[in-house]
Design a protein around this ligand. Structure first.
Ligand SMILES: Cc1cc2nc3c(=O)[nH]c(=O)nc-3n(C[C@H](O)[C@H](O)[C@H](O)COP(=O)(O)OP(=O)(O)OC[C@H]3O[C@@H](n4cnc5c(N)ncnc54)[C@H](O)[C@@H]3O)c2cc1C
Length: 449
């Protein structure tokens, strides 16, 4: 499977670039290990050469979290499920496996991940390391589904951690930013395959905000999109259909292949991409195009296997920032964003996305210790976004917002420390397992000091 991470094909040093084009680096060395022994050897070689190391995922972080001028460890040859117990749901996969491949393999075993984000291009370890999440008031992000991890540490040793074995390393490494070691294998707690009933329909933004808590509580997976110049939001409710549930018999069927293609490829990607290109060429038209997109929102309902509902193709490139805020602050944040939009010097083409997650206990999780709402803002690639993102940051700062580690933000160690009660413990574990910052890079220097 082709990774989004691109490298120059012309002679000269190979360049690493992320999916969004917001980060690039020229590693001194590339390495494509195919075993734990090769990963360990690569780390020892890097130490001997005095080089730092970053494990690469699929390059889908908007931040430079994966960037390195040292050794780039390409794990695209280190994939696949290595053990599965369909009775307990415990499944071990190599860290470079993409979520797409994992979902398909799990499906073949009659299993699934309990919750997912909205794409599947990421690698398992890449998605975990930055705290990737989906939506669901009673569910945590992907890292909460981890039972244990295997890592190669900076000294080349292979260790296992879980709630009972090296619990501090486990609390840190489930969302470890690539700062603690190279994750080689992940054991996930999977659930039996399940079907989702997807219901999507437009609603006035005010109504969504009024009913936000009730919508979050009443649905397994609730989210909404709001086009910044439009009056309506697209509310998505995905609910599990238990096998044998009488409701399943009367539920709408799966979309036929042609309709999936029409809805997801043509309407959500090709047609929306065309509107975005028009907006980029004529920015003054953006508010009208945005209102048009909002007015064109329509209802649809279908059922499908969970991962086919959670995940949709994203072919239109964009820049993104996302913050987790205390759930009760959501209405304030959206109200302030609505006030800010008309005053921006550059109009915003892309919608704002709102999701929810349960509180968890992972040290650097954006949902650590609090019921969270996630607010994600975007701008079409090539359009100016700095004023929009700055305004957003000042609004979420008022409510102690925590930035997604893989999405654009400007916070540094000084501002992040008070937001994370276990921040110092994370740094302590890091100092223990990687005293020379072998896994460092400039992004980590900014956020961890
Ligand atoms: C179109 C799009 C949609 C997205 N949707 C969502 C969403 O719905 N929800 C959400 O929360 N986020 C979302 N994201 C963000 C994305 O999930 C994260 O940024 C994720 O980290 C990307 O995974 P990756 O495999 O591309 O990792 P990369 O971006 O390549 O790397 C991320 C980090 O993981 C580290 N890493 C990778 N492999 C290992 C390893 N084996 N051991 C240790 N560290 C490792 C890297 O060093 C780096 O620090 C989206 C991004 C895009 C571009």
């Amino acid at each position: 499977m082709k990774r989004a991470t691109s490298t120059a094909s012309s002679p000269g040093p190979r360049v690493w670039r992320n999916w969004a084009g917001t980060a690039a680096a020229t590693p001194a060395r590339w390495c494509r290990p195919r075993s734990e022994a090769e990963i360990s050897a690569a780390l020892k070689d890097a130490a001997a050469a005095g080089l730092q190391v970053r494990a690469l995922g699929s390059g889908h972080s908007f931040t430079a979290v994966a960037a390195t001028s040292g050794v780039a460890l390409d794990l695209s040859g280190w994939t696949g499920i290595t053990a599965a117990d369909t009775r307990t749901g415990l499944v071990t996969a190599r860290s470079g496996t993409t979520l797409r491949a994992l979902n398909a393999e799990l499906g073949g075993l009659g299993l699934a991940m309990a919750n997912l984000g909205d794409i599947d291009a990421q690698t398992l370890a890449g998605a975990l390391s930055t705290g990737t999440h989906g939506t669901g008031a009673r569910l945590g992000g992907l890292a909460t589904q981890v039972e244990s991890l295997e890592l190669v540490l900076a000294d080349g040793s292979l260790v296992t951690c879980s709630a009972s074995a090296r619990p501090d390393l486990f609390a840190a490494a489930r969302i470890g930013l690539g700062a603690l070691g190279v994750i080689t294998a992940v054991t996930l707690r999977c659930v039996p395959s399940f079907t989702l009933l997807a219901d999507e329909r437009p609603m006035p933004v005010e109504e969504v905000l009024e009913q936000f808590d009730a919508l979050a509580a009443a649905n397994d997976h609730f989210e909404f999109y709001w086009f910044p110049y439009g009056r309506k939001a697209l509310v998505k409710r995905n609910n599990r259909l238990p096998p044998g549930d009488p409701a399943a018999a009367s539920a709408p069927s799966a979309m036929p292949r042609w309709r999936r293609f029409w809805e997801f490829e043509v309407m959500e990607n090709a047609a929306f991409g065309t509107l975005c290109r028009i907006g980029r060429a004529r920015p003054r038209l953006i508010p009208a195009l945005n209102r048009f997109s909002s007015a064109a929102l329509s209802a649809r309902s279908y059922t499908d296997l969970s991962y086919r509902v959670f995940v949709t193709p994203r072919r239109v490139r964009f820049a993104e920032s996302e913050y987790a805020v205390p759930r009760e602050s959501l209405s304030h944040v959206i109200t302030e964003l609505r006030r800010a939009v008309p005053r921006l010097p550059d109009p915003v083409m892309f919608p704002v996305e709102v999701r929810v997650a349960a509180a968890d206990d992972i040290w650097l999780s954006t949902a650590y210790g609090r019921e969270s709402a996630y607010v994600a803002i975007h701008q079409y690639a090539g359009l100016p976004y700095q004023d929009w993102f700055d305004r957003f940051e000042s609004i979420v700062a008022e409510v102690a917002g925590r930035p997604h580690w893989g999405k654009l933000h400007s916070l540094d160690a000084e501002r992040l420390r008070p937001l994370y009660p276990r921040y110092d413990e994370f740094r302590r574990v890091r100092a223990e397992v990687d005293p020379e910052a072998r896994f460092g890079n400039s992004y980590l220097t900014r956020i961890l000091g």
